[in-house]
Design a protein. Structure first.
Length: 699
């Protein structure tokens, strides 16, 4: 379900051309995306623990949606800065729509777990029990376990004239307890936080062989509340959870030290206003009234769901060691150009022979990107390494390679984006660790996030200095490189090397360069460059030359660029959009977007690469990089799109796009009214995995 169903069909082409309804609402489009994630959890052909994982992903996604998008709309409304969305809706109307839709999805999510996934887990020998279902000997054991492991970390917080309502941390699971003084008959409210440093699902011992049994931690605590309130009568308890505004507003122009500014804002994030209150369907109305009043929310902010709250913790269950209930493990292949017999190839020698495109997770990250940096760190002929880091892993071989390079006397420059959302603390730690090792660490340009994924190696060779580059669509993160679908281009092309050198000078110095040879760089030239390429394609179509545009991205929202696509469509350009999440394009509208098709592919891996192709009158042109077609990427971030020149790399990108846009691929198609339809039969990710498994060289 999306916004204003059926409205577009009633509009004439002339009405749509200048109507806000030519765009789909971005917030509702995001909820459509999360519904597609939920559909993966409902697919019985998917391994059971993978379905459980998708339930957890849905919950985490929805948490972030409220923390950021809903919070932003609420703040806009409260400050009187409400601006109509591109599709013509007021801020208040958007909030009404997405709150209602999110509530429906949350209930469907809970029902999917209770009615479908939970019974299937039980049938597979993974049982989630209630306290009453436990045998007496196990209840006795858990009494002792509670006293030793849980009771000492619990802090009951009473609410009375001497004890104000306590602070409730965002996303924490809590119990609202009602207690009564037997002497006075006075009833009191108390809050008990369910600790997040103890597993949510407590393993139950005993039972039949081969059966794993678990008890939700909040149920164990609920059975022992009397120990927290001696002398009082516990009348009942109810679980609840709050979501707070978590968007950061770092006043960079006011602070000399960006790290200090960010750390201050991170401390403030904990106390952001509540934007959602989740409760169980059976919550006592008096308790709910108290929570609504004390948390300063309205009933519109309340989401009541059946069963357990905080299903993001289902990641714990999906991690259970039951291989038969999960996707088959795979070993990424090493690109054939990166092996020399049984040994790793010299990457610099390989790149002197031509560009190399790697496609993660099918192509190994460790034998390509990681090896590129490790070889650069160890090579005495390498003089400098320059790299951007947006996110990386907790134990990062990329960071280790940069530190090794600095300790070996090479010049190492690292542009770290310390405001990468929800990774701020980790990136601050990396920044300080790299600085201690002697790396030059900078934080990019004032007011802009550095989101591009680039690495530059400068090497002394017989003919002089030579530059080797990596342009990626994904983060330098070894773990997500096995979970996210991404592309990486390695090249020794002199023009791209010169462009990347200029870009790093702009990021680290005072260079004001905005034009490059074979790069489009946001915020200056990605939007304008793509629009120029789209207009060129329309000219080709009007002249009867071969034309066509294919865009693969995470999100397509920017109205100016979408309008350019509409005009190209009206000129007769065939346009395919493969989008993972948000899409504001209304495809197939007569006279507006007849030639535009939009599809979404979701599956085992998160489709994350960004690549655009233009038929260009029979001389196809390809661009790939970090930028999505969204305002934040085009206006408020440093992004790169690199022109692909190597014929072999072009051919591989063409084959990938051909396959993704084929009719037999399993995907969701978007129609003119904003409805998504699940069609196709072939799992393209599984197909690519099989091809990788058939490769003779593996990492």
């Amino acid at each position: 379900m999306t916004l204003e169903r059926g409205a577009a069909a009633a509009l004439s082409a002339e009405d749509l051309t200048d109507s806000p309804r030519r765009f789909l609402n971005r917030e509702v489009s995001w909820l459509d995306f999360n519904e597609r994630v939920l559909a993966l959890s409902q697919d019985t052909a998917c391994p059971l623990l993978e379905r459980t994982k998708f339930l957890a992903i849905f919950a985490t996604n929805l948490d972030e949606f409220f923390m950021l998008r809903v919070a932003g709309l609420i703040r806009r409304l409260e400050t009187g800065l409400g601006v109509r969305s591109a599709d013509g809706l007021s801020t208040r109307r958007q909030l009404e729509l997405i709150r209602g839709r999110a509530r429906e999805l949350a209930q469907e999510h809970a029902r999917t777990f209770l009615d479908a996934v939970l019974p299937a887990l039980c049938d597979a020998g993974i049982e989630l029990l209630t306290w009453e279902q436990l045998p007496a000997d196990e209840q006795l054991r858990l009494h002792g376990w509670f006293r030793e492991r849980v009771f000492p970390v619990l802090t009951p917080l009473a609410v009375d004239p001497a004890h104000p309502f306590p602070y409730i941390s965002g996303l924490s699971l809590n119990l609202a307890a009602l207690v009564r003084d037997p002497l006075t008959g006075a009833e009191r409210f108390a809050r008990v936080k369910v600790p997040n440093n103890v597993h949510r699902f407590v393993q139950v011992q005993g039972g039949p062989p081969g059966i794993s049994r678990y008890l939700p931690l909040e149920q164990l605590i609920g059975q022992h509340l009397q120990q927290l309130f001696p002398g009082l009568e516990v009348l009942g308890h109810h679980a609840f959870r709050v979501t707070r505004n978590a968007d950061l507003e770092v006043e960079e122009d006011r602070d000399e030290d960006l790290l200090q500014a960010l750390e201050r804002e991170l401390s403030r994030r904990r106390f952001g206003p509540v934007v959602r209150l989740e409760v169980g369907e059976q919550m006592d109305p008096h308790v709910l009234d108290l929570l609504v009043r004390e948390l300063d929310v309205t009933l519109d902010d309340v989401v009541a769901v059946p069963g357990l709250l905080a299903l993001s913790s289902l990641h714990e269950l999906s991690a259970i060691d039951r291989a038969e209930l999960k996707d088959e493990p795979f070993v990424p292949a090493t690109h054939p150009r990166l092996v020399d017999g049984e040994q790793p190839a010299d990457m610099f020698a390989a790149l002197r022979e031509g560009d190399i495109l790697v496609h993660h997770p099918y192509d190994s990250f460790s034998t390509s990107v990681q090896r590129f940096l490790e070889q650069a760190a160890a090579d005495p002929q390498v003089l400098a390494i320059k790299q951007t880091l947006y996110r990386t892993s907790g134990d990062s071989p990329i960071v280790d390679a940069l530190i090794d390079a600095a300790e070996a006397g090479k010049q190492v420059v690292v542009v770290i984006e310390i405001t990468a959302r929800f990774d701020e603390q980790a990136n601050i730690r990396w920044a300080r660790k790299l600085e201690r090792a002697g790396c030059h660490v900078v934080y990019g340009l004032l007011g802009l996030k550095t989101h591009c994924k680039t690495a530059l190696v400068v090497r002394q060779e017989s003919g002089g200095l030579r530059r080797y580059c990596h342009f990626g669509t994904g983060n330098y993160h070894p773990r997500t490189a096995r979970l996210y679908e991404d592309l990486g281009l390695f090249t020794a092309d002199p023009a791209l090397g010169a462009d990347l050198t200029d870009l790093f000078n702009a990021l680290t110095g005072y260079s004001s360069q905005t034009e490059y040879r074979d790069l489009l760089v946001a915020p200056h030239s990605v939007r304008s460059g793509l629009i120029e390429l789209i207009r060129r394609e329309a000219d080709h179509a009007r002249a009867g030359r071969p034309s066509g545009i294919r865009i693969k991205a995470n999100g397509v929202v920017d109205e100016e660029l979408i309008d350019a696509l509409y005009k190209a469509s009206q000129a007769g350009v065939p346009i395919d959009v493969v989008v993972r999440s948000i899409c504001a394009v209304r495809p197939g509208a007569p006279g507006l977007s007849d030639t535009i098709r939009v599809r979404s592919i979701l599956g085992r891996f998160l489709e994350h690469s960004r690549v655009t192709s233009f038929e260009n009158g029979g001389e196809p042109e390809y661009w790939m990089g970090s930028a999505d077609i969204m305002h934040r990427n085009l206006d408020r971030r440093v992004e790169t799109l690199a022109r692909v020149k190597d014929p072999d790399v072009k051919a591989r990108l063409a084959a990938m796009l051909d396959r993704l846009t084929a009719d037999d691929v399993r995907r969701w198609d978007l129609d003119v009214e904003g409805e998504w339809h699940h069609v196709g039969t072939v799992d393209v990710q599984a197909e690519l995995l099989r091809k990788a498994a058939d490769s003779t060289s593996v990492s």
